[in-house]
Design a protein around this ligand. Structure first.
Ligand SMILES: [Zn+2]
Ligand SMILES: [Zn+2]
Length: 96
């Protein structure tokens, strides 16, 4: 499974950050729904409703299977993909 690295410039505060999507080995990238922090977490495909950990900020890490906005780690604003479509850079790399 490929890993996508999104290089994003926040339209609110101009902070540059990277956002990952995909699997590394048997772990998958999860993102906190409030602060955007990333976590590599074992992927449990057996369970329909796997339990994901909570973040120290009070949010929850979740799997971005469906569309989830990017969250700027600096100003914590939610960023819709259309807002950064002219500046975003996507790097695809293969696991291994
Ligand atoms: Zn920002
Ligand atoms: Zn968080």
């Amino acid at each position: 499974m490929p890993i996508y690295t999104y290089k994003i410039t926040c339209p609110y505060c101009s902070h540059k950050f990277e956002w990952h999507d995909g699997k590394v080995g048997d772990k998958i990238y999860l993102h906190c729904d409030i602060c955007g922090k990333e976590l590599l977490y074992p992927d449990d495909e057996e369970s329909l409703f796997p339990e994901y950990p909570s973040c120290e900020c009070g949010g929850w890490f979740d799997k971005a299977e469906y569309w989830v906005p990017f969250v700027c780690p600096k100003c914590k604003e939610e960023i819709e993909p259309r807002m950064v479509r002219n500046t975003i850079e996507v790097v695809k790399s293969e696991d291994e």
